[in-house]
Design a protein around this ligand. Structure first.
Ligand SMILES: Nc1ncnc2c1ncn2[C@@H]1O[C@H](COP(=O)(O)OP(=O)(O)OP(=O)(O)O)[C@@H](O)[C@H]1O
Ligand SMILES: [Mg+2]
Length: 495
Protein backbone atom coordinates (compact mmCIF):
# COMPACT_ATOMS: atom_id res chain seq x y z
CA UNK A 1 0.00 0.00 0.00
CA UNK A 2 1.00 3.61 -0.16
CA UNK A 3 2.70 4.84 2.98
CA UNK A 4 0.17 6.40 5.34
CA UNK A 5 0.25 7.64 8.90
CA UNK A 6 -2.04 6.08 11.47
CA UNK A 7 -3.90 9.40 11.65
CA UNK A 8 -4.50 9.33 7.88
CA UNK A 9 -5.65 5.74 7.99
CA UNK A 10 -8.07 6.47 10.84
CA UNK A 11 -9.51 9.40 8.86
CA UNK A 12 -9.89 7.32 5.70
CA UNK A 13 -11.63 4.42 7.42
CA UNK A 14 -13.67 6.54 9.84
CA UNK A 15 -12.04 4.93 12.87
CA UNK A 16 -10.56 6.15 16.15
CA UNK A 17 -7.03 5.73 17.43
CA UNK A 18 -6.51 3.74 20.63
CA UNK A 19 -3.26 3.24 22.55
CA UNK A 20 -1.41 5.14 19.82
CA UNK A 21 1.43 7.19 21.30
CA UNK A 22 2.33 8.77 17.95
CA UNK A 23 -0.35 9.16 15.23
CA UNK A 24 2.33 10.28 12.77
CA UNK A 25 3.90 6.81 12.65
CA UNK A 26 3.51 5.32 9.16
CA UNK A 27 2.52 1.91 7.87
CA UNK A 28 5.20 1.12 5.32
CA UNK A 29 4.37 -2.48 4.46
CA UNK A 30 1.28 -4.54 3.72
CA UNK A 31 -1.88 -5.44 5.61
CA UNK A 32 -1.97 -8.96 7.04
CA UNK A 33 -4.74 -10.93 8.73
CA UNK A 34 -2.43 -13.75 9.82
CA UNK A 35 -0.18 -12.65 12.69
CA UNK A 36 2.43 -15.23 11.62
CA UNK A 37 2.93 -13.37 8.36
CA UNK A 38 3.52 -9.95 9.88
CA UNK A 39 6.70 -8.15 8.87
CA UNK A 40 7.97 -4.94 10.46
CA UNK A 41 6.04 -1.96 9.09
CA UNK A 42 2.86 -3.94 8.33
CA UNK A 43 -0.61 -3.40 9.72
CA UNK A 44 -2.50 -6.30 11.31
CA UNK A 45 -6.14 -6.90 10.51
CA UNK A 46 -8.13 -8.39 13.40
CA UNK A 47 -10.91 -10.57 12.01
CA UNK A 48 -13.15 -13.17 13.62
CA UNK A 49 -12.37 -16.71 12.47
CA UNK A 50 -13.91 -20.13 12.89
CA UNK A 51 -11.70 -21.15 15.81
CA UNK A 52 -10.06 -17.93 16.90
CA UNK A 53 -10.62 -14.20 17.04
CA UNK A 54 -7.91 -12.11 15.41
CA UNK A 55 -8.21 -9.59 18.23
CA UNK A 56 -6.56 -12.14 20.51
CA UNK A 57 -3.45 -12.05 18.30
CA UNK A 58 -3.03 -8.28 18.28
CA UNK A 59 -0.17 -8.30 20.76
CA UNK A 60 1.61 -11.11 18.88
CA UNK A 61 1.30 -9.13 15.66
CA UNK A 62 2.66 -6.01 17.30
CA UNK A 63 5.57 -7.96 18.73
CA UNK A 64 6.32 -9.20 15.21
CA UNK A 65 6.56 -5.61 13.99
CA UNK A 66 3.01 -4.55 13.15
CA UNK A 67 2.77 -0.76 13.44
CA UNK A 68 -0.89 -0.95 14.39
CA UNK A 69 -3.97 -3.14 14.32
CA UNK A 70 -7.14 -2.44 12.38
CA UNK A 71 -9.69 -3.75 14.84
CA UNK A 72 -13.28 -3.65 15.99
CA UNK A 73 -12.40 -2.89 19.61
CA UNK A 74 -9.42 -1.64 21.62
CA UNK A 75 -6.81 -4.37 21.98
CA UNK A 76 -4.23 -2.88 24.37
CA UNK A 77 -1.71 -2.16 21.60
CA UNK A 78 -1.79 0.63 18.97
CA UNK A 79 -5.03 0.25 17.03
CA UNK A 80 -7.38 1.96 14.65
CA UNK A 81 -10.80 0.94 15.87
CA UNK A 82 -13.88 0.80 13.68
CA UNK A 83 -17.33 -0.26 14.81
CA UNK A 84 -20.38 -1.43 12.90
CA UNK A 85 -21.94 1.97 13.71
CA UNK A 86 -19.32 4.13 12.02
CA UNK A 87 -18.77 2.02 8.92
CA UNK A 88 -21.17 0.88 6.24
CA UNK A 89 -20.84 -2.88 6.59
CA UNK A 90 -23.78 -3.48 4.26
CA UNK A 91 -21.33 -2.84 1.44
CA UNK A 92 -19.31 -5.84 2.48
CA UNK A 93 -20.45 -9.37 1.83
CA UNK A 94 -21.25 -11.54 4.78
CA UNK A 95 -18.23 -12.93 6.58
CA UNK A 96 -18.52 -16.37 8.11
CA UNK A 97 -18.26 -16.52 11.92
CA UNK A 98 -19.03 -12.81 12.24
CA UNK A 99 -21.54 -12.90 15.06
CA UNK A 100 -21.68 -9.23 15.98
CA UNK A 101 -20.86 -7.51 12.69
CA UNK A 102 -17.38 -6.53 13.85
CA UNK A 103 -15.76 -8.51 11.02
CA UNK A 104 -17.88 -6.70 8.47
CA UNK A 105 -16.88 -3.37 10.01
CA UNK A 106 -13.18 -4.24 9.72
CA UNK A 107 -13.68 -5.42 6.12
CA UNK A 108 -15.52 -2.24 5.21
CA UNK A 109 -12.60 -0.26 6.65
CA UNK A 110 -10.17 -2.42 4.69
CA UNK A 111 -12.14 -1.70 1.51
CA UNK A 112 -11.94 2.06 2.08
CA UNK A 113 -8.23 1.87 2.75
CA UNK A 114 -7.62 -0.20 -0.39
CA UNK A 115 -9.60 2.30 -2.44
CA UNK A 116 -7.53 5.26 -1.27
CA UNK A 117 -4.26 3.39 -1.85
CA UNK A 118 -5.29 2.19 -5.33
CA UNK A 119 -6.62 5.61 -6.39
CA UNK A 120 -3.32 7.26 -5.53
CA UNK A 121 -1.30 4.59 -7.29
CA UNK A 122 -3.54 4.77 -10.38
CA UNK A 123 -2.96 8.53 -10.50
CA UNK A 124 0.74 7.66 -10.69
CA UNK A 125 0.33 5.15 -13.53
CA UNK A 126 -0.86 1.85 -12.01
CA UNK A 127 -3.13 -0.22 -14.29
CA UNK A 128 -5.82 -2.30 -12.57
CA UNK A 129 -7.03 -5.39 -14.44
CA UNK A 130 -10.12 -7.24 -13.20
CA UNK A 131 -11.00 -10.79 -14.27
CA UNK A 132 -14.34 -12.46 -13.79
CA UNK A 133 -16.25 -15.41 -15.22
CA UNK A 134 -17.73 -18.67 -14.00
CA UNK A 135 -14.58 -20.71 -14.69
CA UNK A 136 -10.97 -19.86 -15.34
CA UNK A 137 -10.46 -16.69 -13.29
CA UNK A 138 -7.49 -18.03 -11.36
CA UNK A 139 -6.00 -19.72 -14.44
CA UNK A 140 -6.30 -16.48 -16.41
CA UNK A 141 -4.94 -14.45 -13.51
CA UNK A 142 -1.85 -16.66 -13.52
CA UNK A 143 -1.48 -16.34 -17.31
CA UNK A 144 -1.91 -12.58 -17.01
CA UNK A 145 0.80 -12.35 -14.39
CA UNK A 146 3.14 -14.05 -16.89
CA UNK A 147 2.25 -12.01 -19.95
CA UNK A 148 2.34 -8.69 -18.12
CA UNK A 149 5.64 -9.39 -16.33
CA UNK A 150 7.80 -8.31 -19.31
CA UNK A 151 6.06 -4.90 -19.14
CA UNK A 152 6.65 -4.21 -15.45
CA UNK A 153 6.13 -5.39 -11.87
CA UNK A 154 2.81 -7.23 -11.39
CA UNK A 155 0.83 -7.79 -8.19
CA UNK A 156 -1.67 -10.66 -8.47
CA UNK A 157 -3.42 -12.63 -5.73
CA UNK A 158 -1.99 -15.91 -4.56
CA UNK A 159 -4.34 -18.80 -5.33
CA UNK A 160 -7.92 -17.73 -5.65
CA UNK A 161 -8.14 -14.64 -3.42
CA UNK A 162 -11.22 -13.10 -4.95
CA UNK A 163 -13.69 -12.03 -2.28
CA UNK A 164 -14.30 -9.18 0.11
CA UNK A 165 -11.16 -10.08 2.06
CA UNK A 166 -8.79 -11.43 -0.60
CA UNK A 167 -9.60 -8.65 -3.02
CA UNK A 168 -8.68 -5.62 -0.86
CA UNK A 169 -5.85 -7.60 0.76
CA UNK A 170 -4.35 -8.09 -2.71
CA UNK A 171 -5.05 -4.51 -3.76
CA UNK A 172 -3.11 -3.32 -0.72
CA UNK A 173 -0.04 -5.29 -1.81
CA UNK A 174 0.39 -2.88 -4.72
CA UNK A 175 2.87 -0.13 -3.95
CA UNK A 176 4.67 2.65 -5.78
CA UNK A 177 6.78 0.11 -7.70
CA UNK A 178 3.77 -1.83 -9.03
CA UNK A 179 2.80 -1.32 -12.66
CA UNK A 180 -0.08 -3.83 -12.91
CA UNK A 181 -2.56 -4.96 -10.30
CA UNK A 182 -4.40 -8.09 -11.47
CA UNK A 183 -7.52 -8.97 -9.51
CA UNK A 184 -9.93 -11.88 -9.59
CA UNK A 185 -13.57 -10.94 -8.93
CA UNK A 186 -16.06 -13.56 -7.77
CA UNK A 187 -19.73 -13.36 -6.94
CA UNK A 188 -22.24 -15.40 -5.07
CA UNK A 189 -25.00 -12.94 -5.72
CA UNK A 190 -25.96 -9.73 -7.46
CA UNK A 191 -24.00 -6.64 -6.45
CA UNK A 192 -20.94 -8.53 -5.23
CA UNK A 193 -18.80 -7.80 -8.27
CA UNK A 194 -19.95 -4.18 -8.28
CA UNK A 195 -18.84 -3.89 -4.66
CA UNK A 196 -15.42 -5.33 -5.51
CA UNK A 197 -15.00 -2.91 -8.43
CA UNK A 198 -15.55 -0.07 -5.98
CA UNK A 199 -12.64 -1.28 -3.85
CA UNK A 200 -10.16 -1.23 -6.74
CA UNK A 201 -11.75 0.26 -9.86
CA UNK A 202 -10.36 -1.60 -12.89
CA UNK A 203 -9.53 0.12 -16.16
CA UNK A 204 -9.36 -3.20 -18.00
CA UNK A 205 -12.04 -5.79 -17.35
CA UNK A 206 -12.05 -9.38 -18.63
CA UNK A 207 -15.18 -11.53 -18.69
CA UNK A 208 -14.32 -15.13 -19.53
CA UNK A 209 -17.62 -16.99 -19.61
CA UNK A 210 -21.05 -17.31 -18.10
CA UNK A 211 -21.53 -20.84 -16.89
CA UNK A 212 -23.45 -22.60 -14.22
CA UNK A 213 -21.05 -22.30 -11.27
CA UNK A 214 -23.02 -21.15 -8.20
CA UNK A 215 -26.28 -21.66 -10.06
CA UNK A 216 -27.81 -22.51 -6.71
CA UNK A 217 -27.25 -19.02 -5.36
CA UNK A 218 -28.18 -17.17 -8.56
CA UNK A 219 -31.15 -19.18 -9.77
CA UNK A 220 -30.53 -18.82 -13.51
CA UNK A 221 -27.81 -18.34 -16.10
CA UNK A 222 -29.33 -14.94 -16.96
CA UNK A 223 -28.86 -13.86 -13.36
CA UNK A 224 -25.23 -15.01 -13.50
CA UNK A 225 -24.70 -13.01 -16.72
CA UNK A 226 -26.27 -9.98 -15.10
CA UNK A 227 -23.86 -10.26 -12.16
CA UNK A 228 -20.69 -10.93 -14.20
CA UNK A 229 -21.51 -7.91 -16.38
CA UNK A 230 -21.21 -5.64 -13.36
CA UNK A 231 -17.47 -5.69 -14.06
CA UNK A 232 -17.77 -4.08 -17.49
CA UNK A 233 -20.43 -1.66 -16.26
CA UNK A 234 -17.86 -0.33 -13.82
CA UNK A 235 -15.22 0.42 -16.48
CA UNK A 236 -14.58 4.05 -17.42
CA UNK A 237 -14.95 5.30 -21.02
CA UNK A 238 -11.15 5.28 -21.26
CA UNK A 239 -11.09 1.62 -20.21
CA UNK A 240 -11.13 -1.64 -22.16
CA UNK A 241 -13.59 -4.51 -21.85
CA UNK A 242 -12.13 -7.84 -23.02
CA UNK A 243 -15.09 -10.03 -23.95
CA UNK A 244 -15.25 -13.65 -25.06
CA UNK A 245 -16.79 -13.68 -28.55
CA UNK A 246 -17.36 -17.45 -28.28
CA UNK A 247 -19.80 -17.07 -25.37
CA UNK A 248 -22.99 -15.28 -26.46
CA UNK A 249 -23.80 -14.26 -22.89
CA UNK A 250 -20.42 -12.55 -22.61
CA UNK A 251 -20.45 -11.03 -26.11
CA UNK A 252 -23.82 -9.45 -25.26
CA UNK A 253 -22.16 -7.47 -22.48
CA UNK A 254 -20.71 -5.11 -25.11
CA UNK A 255 -23.86 -2.99 -24.74
CA UNK A 256 -23.40 -2.69 -20.98
CA UNK A 257 -20.09 -0.85 -20.96
CA UNK A 258 -18.82 2.63 -21.72
CA UNK A 259 -15.36 1.17 -22.32
CA UNK A 260 -13.91 0.17 -25.66
CA UNK A 261 -14.61 -3.50 -26.38
CA UNK A 262 -11.98 -5.98 -27.54
CA UNK A 263 -13.33 -9.39 -28.47
CA UNK A 264 -11.36 -12.62 -28.12
CA UNK A 265 -12.07 -16.20 -29.13
CA UNK A 266 -12.01 -18.73 -31.92
CA UNK A 267 -14.94 -17.05 -33.70
CA UNK A 268 -14.06 -15.43 -37.01
CA UNK A 269 -15.18 -12.05 -35.68
CA UNK A 270 -12.86 -11.97 -32.67
CA UNK A 271 -10.18 -9.29 -32.75
CA UNK A 272 -7.71 -11.41 -30.78
CA UNK A 273 -8.24 -14.83 -32.28
CA UNK A 274 -6.94 -18.38 -32.19
CA UNK A 275 -6.99 -20.62 -35.25
CA UNK A 276 -5.59 -24.09 -35.94
CA UNK A 277 -6.05 -25.22 -32.34
CA UNK A 278 -4.60 -28.69 -31.78
CA UNK A 279 -3.93 -30.56 -28.54
CA UNK A 280 -0.84 -32.67 -27.92
CA UNK A 281 -0.81 -35.99 -26.05
CA UNK A 282 -0.86 -34.15 -22.73
CA UNK A 283 -3.81 -31.97 -23.79
CA UNK A 284 -1.66 -28.88 -24.21
CA UNK A 285 -2.94 -26.60 -26.96
CA UNK A 286 -1.00 -25.22 -29.87
CA UNK A 287 -2.59 -22.49 -31.95
CA UNK A 288 -1.97 -19.49 -34.13
CA UNK A 289 -2.57 -16.18 -32.39
CA UNK A 290 -3.99 -13.50 -34.66
CA UNK A 291 -3.74 -10.01 -33.24
CA UNK A 292 -2.89 -6.52 -34.39
CA UNK A 293 -2.29 -7.73 -37.93
CA UNK A 294 0.22 -10.40 -36.85
CA UNK A 295 0.02 -14.17 -36.78
CA UNK A 296 2.25 -15.90 -34.26
CA UNK A 297 2.42 -19.50 -33.07
CA UNK A 298 1.64 -20.25 -29.41
CA UNK A 299 2.33 -23.51 -27.60
CA UNK A 300 0.69 -23.53 -24.18
CA UNK A 301 2.32 -25.32 -21.27
CA UNK A 302 -1.01 -25.55 -19.44
CA UNK A 303 -3.48 -28.34 -20.08
CA UNK A 304 -6.90 -28.41 -21.71
CA UNK A 305 -8.47 -26.68 -24.70
CA UNK A 306 -10.34 -24.37 -22.34
CA UNK A 307 -7.02 -22.67 -21.65
CA UNK A 308 -7.04 -21.27 -25.19
CA UNK A 309 -9.81 -18.81 -24.31
CA UNK A 310 -8.08 -17.90 -21.08
CA UNK A 311 -4.81 -17.36 -22.96
CA UNK A 312 -6.48 -15.16 -25.57
CA UNK A 313 -7.98 -12.98 -22.84
CA UNK A 314 -4.58 -12.62 -21.19
CA UNK A 315 -3.03 -11.84 -24.59
CA UNK A 316 -5.63 -9.15 -25.30
CA UNK A 317 -4.85 -7.41 -22.01
CA UNK A 318 -1.09 -7.51 -22.59
CA UNK A 319 -1.53 -6.16 -26.12
CA UNK A 320 -3.64 -3.30 -24.77
CA UNK A 321 -0.88 -2.56 -22.28
CA UNK A 322 1.66 -2.20 -25.06
CA UNK A 323 3.16 -5.67 -25.50
CA UNK A 324 3.83 -6.90 -29.04
CA UNK A 325 2.30 -10.17 -30.28
CA UNK A 326 5.64 -12.03 -30.38
CA UNK A 327 6.43 -11.22 -26.75
CA UNK A 328 2.91 -12.20 -25.74
CA UNK A 329 3.20 -15.52 -27.57
CA UNK A 330 6.51 -16.25 -25.88
CA UNK A 331 5.19 -15.36 -22.42
CA UNK A 332 2.08 -17.49 -22.96
CA UNK A 333 4.21 -20.43 -24.02
CA UNK A 334 6.28 -20.13 -20.85
CA UNK A 335 3.35 -19.59 -18.49
CA UNK A 336 2.51 -22.21 -15.91
CA UNK A 337 -0.51 -22.34 -13.65
CA UNK A 338 0.88 -21.17 -10.34
CA UNK A 339 -2.17 -22.15 -8.30
CA UNK A 340 -2.42 -25.73 -7.03
CA UNK A 341 -4.70 -28.62 -8.08
CA UNK A 342 -5.75 -27.12 -11.41
CA UNK A 343 -5.13 -29.51 -14.29
CA UNK A 344 -1.88 -30.54 -12.67
CA UNK A 345 -0.61 -33.31 -14.97
CA UNK A 346 2.04 -35.72 -13.71
CA UNK A 347 3.32 -38.90 -15.28
CA UNK A 348 4.70 -41.61 -13.01
CA UNK A 349 7.72 -43.70 -13.81
CA UNK A 350 5.39 -46.57 -14.76
CA UNK A 351 3.67 -44.39 -17.35
CA UNK A 352 0.44 -43.77 -15.42
CA UNK A 353 -0.56 -40.14 -15.93
CA UNK A 354 -2.49 -38.42 -13.13
CA UNK A 355 -4.49 -35.31 -13.96
CA UNK A 356 -5.24 -33.58 -10.69
CA UNK A 357 -8.04 -31.07 -11.24
CA UNK A 358 -9.52 -31.45 -7.79
CA UNK A 359 -9.53 -27.78 -6.81
CA UNK A 360 -13.10 -27.21 -7.88
CA UNK A 361 -15.79 -28.52 -10.17
CA UNK A 362 -18.81 -27.15 -11.93
CA UNK A 363 -20.46 -28.55 -15.05
CA UNK A 364 -18.36 -26.43 -17.41
CA UNK A 365 -15.03 -27.25 -15.85
CA UNK A 366 -15.89 -30.97 -15.61
CA UNK A 367 -16.80 -31.00 -19.30
CA UNK A 368 -13.52 -29.23 -20.11
CA UNK A 369 -11.53 -31.69 -18.00
CA UNK A 370 -13.24 -34.78 -19.47
CA UNK A 371 -12.48 -33.52 -22.97
CA UNK A 372 -8.85 -32.96 -22.01
CA UNK A 373 -8.72 -36.48 -20.56
CA UNK A 374 -9.92 -38.19 -23.71
CA UNK A 375 -7.73 -36.02 -25.92
CA UNK A 376 -4.72 -37.28 -23.97
CA UNK A 377 -5.53 -40.84 -24.93
CA UNK A 378 -6.82 -40.30 -28.44
CA UNK A 379 -3.66 -40.93 -30.42
CA UNK A 380 -2.21 -43.60 -28.18
CA UNK A 381 -5.18 -45.69 -27.12
CA UNK A 382 -4.34 -45.36 -23.45
CA UNK A 383 -7.04 -46.39 -20.99
CA UNK A 384 -8.82 -43.40 -19.43
CA UNK A 385 -10.23 -43.14 -15.92
CA UNK A 386 -12.37 -40.34 -14.53
CA UNK A 387 -12.63 -40.24 -10.75
CA UNK A 388 -15.41 -37.74 -10.16
CA UNK A 389 -16.92 -36.41 -6.96
CA UNK A 390 -19.90 -34.19 -6.44
CA UNK A 391 -20.18 -30.68 -7.84
CA UNK A 392 -21.31 -28.37 -5.04
CA UNK A 393 -23.62 -25.35 -5.08
CA UNK A 394 -25.79 -26.25 -8.07
CA UNK A 395 -29.12 -25.83 -6.28
CA UNK A 396 -32.17 -27.31 -7.95
CA UNK A 397 -30.21 -28.15 -11.09
CA UNK A 398 -27.85 -30.41 -9.19
CA UNK A 399 -29.34 -33.79 -10.05
CA UNK A 400 -29.87 -33.00 -13.72
CA UNK A 401 -26.37 -31.53 -14.09
CA UNK A 402 -24.79 -34.59 -12.49
CA UNK A 403 -26.84 -36.85 -14.74
CA UNK A 404 -25.59 -34.90 -17.78
CA UNK A 405 -21.97 -35.31 -16.74
CA UNK A 406 -22.44 -39.07 -16.34
CA UNK A 407 -23.88 -39.25 -19.84
CA UNK A 408 -21.14 -37.07 -21.28
CA UNK A 409 -18.44 -39.32 -19.81
CA UNK A 410 -19.96 -42.23 -21.73
CA UNK A 411 -20.41 -40.25 -24.93
CA UNK A 412 -16.79 -39.11 -24.82
CA UNK A 413 -15.75 -42.74 -24.40
CA UNK A 414 -14.04 -42.45 -21.05
CA UNK A 415 -13.10 -46.06 -20.29
CA UNK A 416 -13.68 -46.21 -16.54
CA UNK A 417 -15.70 -43.92 -14.31
CA UNK A 418 -15.44 -43.95 -10.52
CA UNK A 419 -18.09 -41.80 -8.86
CA UNK A 420 -17.28 -40.91 -5.27
CA UNK A 421 -20.05 -39.99 -2.83
CA UNK A 422 -23.17 -41.08 -1.05
CA UNK A 423 -25.54 -38.25 -1.90
CA UNK A 424 -28.16 -37.89 -4.60
CA UNK A 425 -25.83 -35.97 -6.94
CA UNK A 426 -23.23 -38.77 -6.93
CA UNK A 427 -25.97 -41.28 -7.52
CA UNK A 428 -27.32 -39.22 -10.42
CA UNK A 429 -23.88 -39.01 -12.00
CA UNK A 430 -23.44 -42.75 -11.80
CA UNK A 431 -26.97 -43.42 -13.04
CA UNK A 432 -26.50 -41.01 -15.96
CA UNK A 433 -23.49 -43.03 -17.09
CA UNK A 434 -25.27 -46.34 -16.58
CA UNK A 435 -28.34 -45.18 -18.49
CA UNK A 436 -26.42 -43.68 -21.38
CA UNK A 437 -24.78 -46.71 -22.77
CA UNK A 438 -23.81 -50.16 -23.32
CA UNK A 439 -21.35 -49.59 -20.58
CA UNK A 440 -23.26 -50.29 -17.38
CA UNK A 441 -20.85 -51.89 -14.99
CA UNK A 442 -17.99 -49.69 -16.14
CA UNK A 443 -19.24 -46.90 -13.89
CA UNK A 444 -18.57 -47.67 -10.25
CA UNK A 445 -20.24 -45.81 -7.40
CA UNK A 446 -18.10 -45.81 -4.25
CA UNK A 447 -18.94 -44.15 -0.94
CA UNK A 448 -15.66 -42.48 -0.10
CA UNK A 449 -12.07 -41.70 -1.00
CA UNK A 450 -10.70 -44.87 0.59
CA UNK A 451 -12.98 -47.01 -1.54
CA UNK A 452 -11.98 -45.11 -4.68
CA UNK A 453 -8.32 -45.63 -3.86
CA UNK A 454 -8.92 -49.35 -3.28
CA UNK A 455 -10.44 -49.74 -6.76
CA UNK A 456 -7.62 -47.80 -8.36
CA UNK A 457 -4.89 -49.69 -6.50
CA UNK A 458 -6.43 -52.92 -7.64
CA UNK A 459 -7.01 -52.11 -11.28
CA UNK A 460 -4.75 -49.36 -12.47
CA UNK A 461 -2.20 -50.42 -15.07
CA UNK A 462 0.87 -48.92 -16.69
CA UNK A 463 -0.02 -46.28 -19.26
CA UNK A 464 -3.47 -45.42 -17.88
CA UNK A 465 -4.56 -41.78 -17.65
CA UNK A 466 -6.52 -40.84 -14.53
CA UNK A 467 -8.48 -37.61 -14.10
CA UNK A 468 -9.41 -36.68 -10.53
CA UNK A 469 -12.04 -33.97 -10.24
CA UNK A 470 -14.67 -32.73 -7.81
CA UNK A 471 -15.56 -29.67 -5.82
CA UNK A 472 -12.83 -28.86 -3.32
CA UNK A 473 -15.08 -29.85 -0.45
CA UNK A 474 -15.03 -33.47 -1.65
CA UNK A 475 -11.32 -33.67 -0.79
CA UNK A 476 -10.55 -35.75 -3.87
CA UNK A 477 -7.08 -34.23 -4.13
CA UNK A 478 -6.20 -37.00 -1.66
CA UNK A 479 -6.85 -39.56 -4.41
CA UNK A 480 -4.51 -37.75 -6.78
CA UNK A 481 -1.92 -37.44 -4.06
CA UNK A 482 -2.17 -41.14 -3.29
CA UNK A 483 -1.73 -42.03 -6.95
CA UNK A 484 1.32 -39.88 -7.45
CA UNK A 485 2.85 -41.03 -4.16
CA UNK A 486 1.83 -44.69 -4.45
CA UNK A 487 4.53 -47.29 -3.75
CA UNK A 488 5.78 -48.55 -7.06
CA UNK A 489 4.86 -45.31 -8.77
CA UNK A 490 8.54 -44.43 -8.87
CA UNK A 491 9.77 -40.94 -9.60
CA UNK A 492 7.06 -38.74 -10.88
CA UNK A 493 7.63 -36.14 -13.49
CA UNK A 494 5.64 -32.98 -13.93
CA UNK A 495 5.07 -32.42 -17.62
N1 LIG B 1 -12.35 -21.20 -19.58
C1 LIG B 1 -12.66 -22.30 -18.89
N2 LIG B 1 -13.77 -23.03 -19.17
C2 LIG B 1 -14.08 -24.14 -18.47
N3 LIG B 1 -13.32 -24.62 -17.46
C3 LIG B 1 -12.21 -23.94 -17.14
C4 LIG B 1 -11.82 -22.75 -17.82
N4 LIG B 1 -10.67 -22.29 -17.28
C5 LIG B 1 -10.35 -23.14 -16.29
N5 LIG B 1 -11.27 -24.13 -16.18
C6 LIG B 1 -11.30 -25.23 -15.21
O1 LIG B 1 -12.12 -24.77 -14.14
C7 LIG B 1 -11.58 -25.13 -12.88
C8 LIG B 1 -11.31 -23.93 -12.04
O2 LIG B 1 -10.34 -23.13 -12.68
P1 LIG B 1 -9.93 -21.77 -12.03
O3 LIG B 1 -9.50 -22.01 -10.63
O4 LIG B 1 -8.99 -21.09 -12.95
O5 LIG B 1 -11.34 -21.02 -12.05
P2 LIG B 1 -11.93 -19.91 -11.09
O6 LIG B 1 -12.89 -19.17 -11.95
O7 LIG B 1 -10.83 -19.12 -10.50
O8 LIG B 1 -12.68 -20.72 -9.97
P3 LIG B 1 -13.21 -20.18 -8.51
O9 LIG B 1 -14.56 -19.59 -8.79
O10 LIG B 1 -13.23 -21.40 -7.69
O11 LIG B 1 -12.22 -19.17 -8.03
C9 LIG B 1 -10.35 -25.95 -13.18
O12 LIG B 1 -10.77 -27.26 -13.18
C10 LIG B 1 -9.95 -25.52 -14.57
O13 LIG B 1 -9.26 -26.51 -15.27
MG1 LIG C 1 -10.43 -18.74 -8.56
Amino acid sequence: MIEMTLREIADVVGGTLHDVPDPAVTVTGAVEFDSRRINPGDMFLALPGEHADGHDFAATATAAGAVAVLAARPVGVPAIVVTPQDTAPSRAMALAHDRDGSGAAVLAALAKLARVSVDRLVADGLTVVGVTGSSGKTSTKDLLASVLAPLGPVVAPPGSFNNELGHPWTALRADADTKFLVLELSARGPGHIKALTEIAPPTIGVVLNVGTAHLGEFGSREAIAQAKGELVEALPPSGVAVLNADDPNVAAMATRTRARVVTVGQSGTAEVRATDVVLDGDARARFTLHAKGSQVPVRLAVHGEHQVGNALSAAAVALECGADPETVARALSDARIASAHRMDVRTRADGVTVVNDSYNANPDSVRAALKALVSMAKETDRRTWAVLGEMAELGEESVIEHDRIGRLAVRLDVDRLIVVGTGRPAHALHQGAVMEGSWGEESILVPDIEAAIAVLDDEIAAGDVVLVKASNSAGLWAVAQHLTAAPGAGTEAAV
